[in-house]
Design a protein around this ligand. Structure first.
Ligand code: UGA
Length: 449
């Protein structure tokens, strides 16, 4: 919304939320999320054509176009528990919109939703609006930005996708109205229109395909370790095939974030609901491979360190699910951390953006084995091993010789993001495990191979 405000000074954008503290934060100097470049964009428009408010009803009444961007988490209980999307917040937003609307509105689905949500929402809107003359046109406009690069993704998106009822005049007019907003800065040929269901499904499909690439390269990383191949070389070689392409082929300790797992589970659940068990199983296996990668990493740490990490201080560098964000949702650091603690480790966590109370929330019940540090230096002091969980740039610029000197010996590095200079670390004296790379003879012998 901030980007729309920035690029369209003639449009008034009001962001509303029922949470007063959240709106207060958006109106303050410290925004509630960390996203590079966002501060500048918000500051450039706030108070001019961008407003943050808790007056939900007022904003609905005065708007012609309403973007619904509420949470659609995975259901925790009931039918489809653990897989289906929970649309409680969506439905309640629709009921509020219906109750407050006195004139025609274009409703834009921004939240990621199951296919055919628009149909259900349309019914809720129509049946709950007291004025039967009010017309609601529903559009699907899924968001493809990634965290950490949100501003550049929004400034120059690969494409903008707008789904609507293009088969009828009103639907086409609504699509055109939204396309006109984006056309203020996105080239027309990059604004794609589709029918509603295709647009909804495209969002789930895009995330499933992206996650599937990571699980594929992570599967290769296990085979590379077993055979002495190097996953970075494999990724480079296959990525030069223009049909495959070089992006999203970085082997890692696992993908995280609030979207990939949730969207794949949701997609698989939709397949199951349509009797497509084999298709569902195919997508479930992408999540299964991700779980395997995380547990494989834990097993490697334990086995390399002579099969015991009890009471050993293990430094965890990075806790966010990727660099340039403070977001920890579904971060692989949670599962890896839990696995290491189950084996008795004492974790020393440092992340440049994640605060201790967030780590305490994510690692509930385990804080007896965790100390959070404000600097990497303190986390690394007297540590037996260091695990790289997030690819923060600053980790690359550390003086690793100095770090080696303050660690216990043998000093281990477990690079779950392949960002460090492994040859240099070995020269210093570290025992290095780099995911998907040939295994050090030291580790092989510790594992009894
Ligand atoms: C993802 C998609 O990339 C966006 O297009 C989409 O809009 C968004 O989900 C969403 O649905 O909201 P995001 O989760 O913010 O974006 O971040 P990604 O860059 O996709 O990274 C996801 C995870 O995959 C991270 O843990 C990252 O470290 C990991 N990853 C990514 C790898 O392990 N290897 C790679 O090569 C790339």
């Amino acid at each position: 919304m901030a980007m729309i405000a920035l690029k369209c000074p003639h449009i008034k954008v009001t962001v509303v939320d029922i949470s007063q503290p959240r709106i207060d934060a958006w109106n303050s100097d410290e925004l509630p999320i960390y996203e590079p470049g966002l501060d500048e964009v918000v500051k450039a428009c706030r108070g001019k054509n961008l407003f943050f408010s808790t007056d939900v009803a007022g904003a609905i009444r005065e708007s012609q176009m309403i973007f619904v961007s509420v949470n659609t988490p995975t259901k925790k209980t009931g039918l489809g528990s653990g897989k289906a999307a929970d649309l409680t917040y969506w439905e309640s937003a629709a009921r509020t919109i219906a109750a407050e609307s006195k004139d025609n509105k274009i409703i834009v689905e921004k939240s990621t939703v199951p296919v055919r949500t628009a149909e259900a929402i349309e019914k809720v809107l129509k049946r709950n609006c007291s004025d039967s003359n009010v017309q609601f046109d529903i559009l699907s406009n899924p968001e493809f930005l990634a965290e950490g690069t949100a501003i550049s993704d929004l400034t120059a998106p690969d494409r903008v996708l707008i789904g609507g009822k293009i088969e009828n005049e009103a639907g086409q007019a609504a699509v055109d109205a939204l396309a006109e907003v984006y056309a203020n800065w996105v080239p027309k040929e990059q604004i794609i229109t589709a029918n509603l269901w295709s647009a909804e499904l495209s969002k789930l499909a895009a995330n499933a395909f992206l996650a599937q690439r990571i699980s594929s390269i992570n599967a290769m990383s296990a085979l590379c370790e077993a055979t002495g191949a190097d996953v970075a070389q494999v990724a480079h070689s296959i990525g030069t095939d223009s049909r495959i392409g070089p992006k999203f082929l970085n082997a890692s300790v696992g993908f995280g974030g609030s979207c990939f797992q949730k969207d794949i589970l949701n997609l698989a659940y939709i397949c199951e609901c349509h009797g497509l068990k084999e298709v569902a199983d195919y997508w479930y296996s992408v999540v299964g491979m991700n779980d395997y990668q995380k547990s494989r990493f834990v097993r490697r740490v334990v086995s390399a360190m002579f099969n015991t990490i009890r009471n050993k201080k293990i430094a965890m560098l990075g806790f966010a699910f990727k660099k340039d964000t403070g977001d920890t949702r579904e971060t692989p650091a949670i599962d890896v951390g839990k696995g290491l603690i189950e084996d008795g480790a004492q974790l020393a966590i440092y992340d440049p953006q994640v605060k201790e109370d967030q780590i305490a929330y994510d690692m509930e019940g385990m804080m007896g084995n965790i100390t959070c540090y404000k600097t990497a230096k303190e986390a690394l002091q007297d540590a037996h091993a260091v695990t790289i969980m997030t690819e923060w740039d600053e980790f690359k610029s550390y003086d690793w010789k100095e770090i080696y000197d303050v660690m216990q010996k043998p000093a281990f590095v477990f690079d779950g993001r392949l960002i460090l200079d492994h040859d240099h670390l070995r020269e210093i004296g570290f025992i290095v495990y780099a995911l998907g790379k040939p295994i050090d003879p030291f580790i092989k012998s510790a594992e009894g191979a």
